[in-house]
Each structure stands twice: as C-alpha cells, then as structure tokens.
Unconditional design. Structure first.
Length: 493
C-alpha cells in the first residue's frame, strides 16, 4: 500500500480537482461520509472542533450528517479571518441545520465536557510549523477530555503531527481513532506520530494519483515468496556466512544462524569463537561451524552477516576488515555497527563497499544509529523517519531502522506495520538479521529481503501474541514460528 508526504497529498488533491474535474465540495462530502461511517452510533453525542481549513470543513459537514441522524452535536469552529472556501460553504449549510459557534482558540473552557465522541478537525496535512501557545493549550484541553470518558477521533491526521515525517509540533491530539482521507500519510505510520493515532482507518474518497508523486510503501511487502523446485538441492537456495560470537556470545550466534536456516537458506557457515563451537555443533548440527581463528573463505557465499555477539576487540575489527575485502551482499548488525562507529577507516571502507562492491544492509536500533550518525538519541526518536531516510541517502546503505513500525530505507522506503512489544527482548535483533541474510542467500534482492524480513519478524511476534502473553515471547519462539508465518503469507494473510 502507498503512503504520501503532506505536500504530495495536497498535490494529488489539487490534481483531482483541477485536472480531473472532481469538485472540492464533492471531495469534502465524500470525506465526511467516510468519517460518518466509521464513528456514527445511534444516540451518541458528538463534540466537533473545526479549524480554518478544509480539514475543518470535513468536520462541519460531519456535524451536519450526524445532526440529521438525530445525534446531539456541538460544533466549535475556531475563529479565523482566513477560512477556506470549503469551510465557508459548509458553514452556510450548517447554519440552516444545527447550532454553530465561533470561539477564539484561547477560550478552551468553552469546549465543554460530556460528549461520547470528540472530533479533532483542526489541522490536516498542511501544518508545517510548530503550534503557538493558544493551539497548544487547545490541544492539551481536548486531550484532557479523554480522561473524562470521551473517545477522541482525528480527521485525516491528529492535529499537531507533521504529515510528512511523524514529528510532533510540538504536541498533538492523542487520538483513539484516526480516519485518514484518500491515502495514508507517512506521519501517521512512523514514530513518534503513529503512537498518537490509535486505530487507523483509510477512507477512499476517489482521489486520483497522476503517478508522478513519490510515495513510500507500508503493510505487506510487494515481494513474491520464492518457490522451492522439486528438482533442486541445498545449493539451489544459497549459502550464507555468519561471522558472530567472537565475544563468546553463543546465544547471538545461534539465533542468527538458526534463523537463516529456518528462513530457507540452503547452507549456513558460521565463524565463531572456539568456545562456542562444541555447543553450536550439538544444538545446530545443520550448520557448518568454523573457528574464527581460521581464514574466512567467502567463495561460493551468496550473502554475509557480521555482527551478532561480535564484540569490538582488535580481533573483531580484523574480521570486519577481512569481510570488507570481499564483495556481494552484506548485512551488518549489533557489534558490527559499533565497530563502524568507532573505527573511521573501517567505516570509510564500508562506504566504499556499498558504492562499489555490493549492497550493505545495516540494522541499527536508535542507540546504534546515534553512534553511527553522531545525532543524539532523543533527536533521532523525535525525527525518526527523516533520520533513517537521510542516512540511507547519504551513505548508500540500505538502512533497517529498528523499532515500532521499523523503516527500511534505500532507493525506496518501506514502513513495516507488523510486530509488537514482545520483540523487545534480547536476541530479537539477531533473529531479524539472520532472517534477512537467509532471504538474500535464497535469491531475494537485498532491499526486498530487508522489507520481507522485518515483516516476517513482526508477523511471527503477532502470531505468538495470539497464543501467549506478550511478556513471554522469546527470540527462540520467533524462530520456531517462521514456518507458520510462511503459511499465512502464502495464504494471503
């Protein structure tokens, strides 16, 4: 599915009106009907707060529809000398049917309590600067009504969220339901904005995309599952090399290698510390286990993963240097990223690798991304989408920004919607990197493997959540759930 920035949604809206000929009033009516269908409840009471633009017009039209159905409606239109034409038209209609009022935004006490639903129709995708104190007070007051039992509904996007990147400006409505109009906006899919959206519905109002606007994808990746041929062998599905556990982290090594195998990779070779070899050979006999003191051989290898449990010792850095002498798809996770952040020569060598020798996928969480970019973790969290996509553009890496609704950024951008907080456990990242290197080895393109990998990783956690408590999900459970995940994907779930 497609999601757009605020500017591109406005451009699509203008194209639909000016080039296709669907009127603005018709689009307002369709948008309001979508919202009505989502929240109408017989006998319920509604408080609607409308801003000066067409988002406010949607709110006024919604109020009219609800009133005609016999609902109790209180409509507050924020006083402005710059009302949109669409809003003016809707107010003229509403004046004949329901009580309307114009209140200065400073007078938040005028917005009374006691309604079943409070509808935020203040700002849409056009908000591009931080709110002033009056709007901050208004939004905080509306949010307080949630504590009084009201359900907060946002039209298109919770007011105060930047539609293009999900950043807060600097506060926003904390909605229970968001009905986004036409297409999803990037800002409601990615953090921190997504946290404030509640349940998201996309209302189709017939907007026409001219096919020229940039977009990101989200939801189920558009990647076909590779079919295993009856006339095939292990070499048909690729060889993965995992360099891990040099810091004697057996668990990280096992998780990564087992995930690659469970994903479908034909053969996995592991280079690890000698202290890990016996346990790995016993518990993962399907893999070829080699001592990290041996020379790494990368011939006949389809993809390499380096980093899980690697440590940052001189020996670990020498192994990174050796891997970067090779070529082909490379996945770097965990301590592999920490090595890059502390060793500029290896970092520069990795940049060269990405531009000249093969795709480089990095899988940082916020802390690792902070160390790589030099940007404070809090600033990254506040501007997550922009930080991840900018870093991918600057480096040429495919960046898998891990977190709530992970982002995959390369030549294109994908926002993952699967997964839950059960993945906030040790070993989860090792499983993800193992899945990705397994997929690449099987023959998926690097970007597609990253998108499918984060989707499968999250989907496994969602399957587990349907069977157990969120607190009890473990990384090894995710590995064991990969087969069921494949079945659901093939069945179209």
């Amino acid at each position: 599915m497609k999601a757009y920035s605020g500017d591109n949604v406005k451009a699509i809206d203008a194209y639909t009106i000016n080039e296709i000929g669907i009127t603005e009033d018709a689009l307002i009516e369709r948008a309001s009907l979508c919202i009505f269908d989502a929240i109408y409840k017989e006998g319920a009471s509604y408080l609607i707060v409308s801003g000066p633009g067409n988002n406010g017009a949607d709110g006024v039209a919604l109020g009219r529809m609800l009133a005609l159905k016999g609902c109790k409606v209180r409509l507050y239109v924020i006083e402005s000398s710059n009302k949109s034409k669409g809003l003016e038209g809707q107010l003229q209609i509403a004046d004949k049917l329901i009580m309307t009022g114009a209140y200065d935004i400073a007078y938040t006490k005028e917005i009374t309590e006691g309604c079943d639903y409070v509808v935020d129709a203040i700002f849409g995708v056009g908000l591009s600067r931080n709110l002033d104190d009056k709007y901050i007070d208004l939004i905080n007051h509306i949010n307080s009504l949630k504590n009084k039992g009201s359900i907060l509904v946002s039209v298109d996007i919770p007011s105060g969220i930047n539609a293009s990147d999900g950043s807060l400006m600097p506060v926003c409505i904390h909605a229970d339901i968001t009905i986004t109009i036409g297409y999803a906006k990037i800002g409601i899919l990615t953090t921190p904005g997504n946290y404030y959206c509640g349940v998201i519905y996309v209302g189709d109002i017939g907007l026409i995309d001219d096919g020229q606007k940039e977009y990101v994808t989200y939801g189920t990746p558009d990647v076909s599952i590779i079919k295993r041929d009856d006339n095939s062998n292990k070499y048909s599905y690729g060889n993965a090399l995992v360099v891990a556990g040099i810091g004697e982290y057996y668990g990280a090594t096992y998780m990564a290698a087992a995930s690659a195998l469970k994903t479908g990779c034909g053969l996995v070779k592991v280079y690890t510390a000698s202290s890990n070899i016996s346990d790995l050979r016993m518990n993962l006999p399907e893999a070829i286990i080699c001592d990290s003191d041996e020379e790494i051989k990368t011939d006949k290898i389809n993809a390499i993963l380096i980093g899980p449990g690697l440590g940052t010792s001189d020996k670990a850095q020498a192994l990174m240097d050796k891997v970067l002498d090779g070529e082909g798809p490379l996945v770097i996770d965990a301590d592999g990223l920490n090595i890059l952040s502390k060793n500029k020569d290896l970092y520069d060598k990795c940049l060269y690798y990405a531009k000249n020798k093969g795709d480089v996928i990095i899988t940082p969480h916020t802390g690792e991304l902070s160390r790589l970019t030099g940007i404070d973790s809090k600033e990254i969290q506040d501007n997550y989408y922009k930080t991840v996509t900018d870093y991918a553009y600057e480096t040429g890496f495919i960046v898998v920004g891990k977190g709530h609704n992970s982002i995959v950024a390369g030549d294109k951008t994908y926002i993952n919607m699967s997964g839950n907080a059960g993945l906030a456990k040790a070993g989860s990242g090792d499983v993800l990197s193992g899945i990705i290197v397994g997929l690449i080895s099987m023959g998926y393109k690097a970007y597609d493997a990253a998108c499918l990998g984060v989707y499968m990783h999250g989907m496994c956690a969602d399957i587990l959540l349907s069977k157990t408590d969120i607190n009890s999900i473990m990384a090894r459970d995710v590995i064991d759930t990969i087969p069921e995940c494949y079945k659901k994907i093939k069945e179209g779930h």
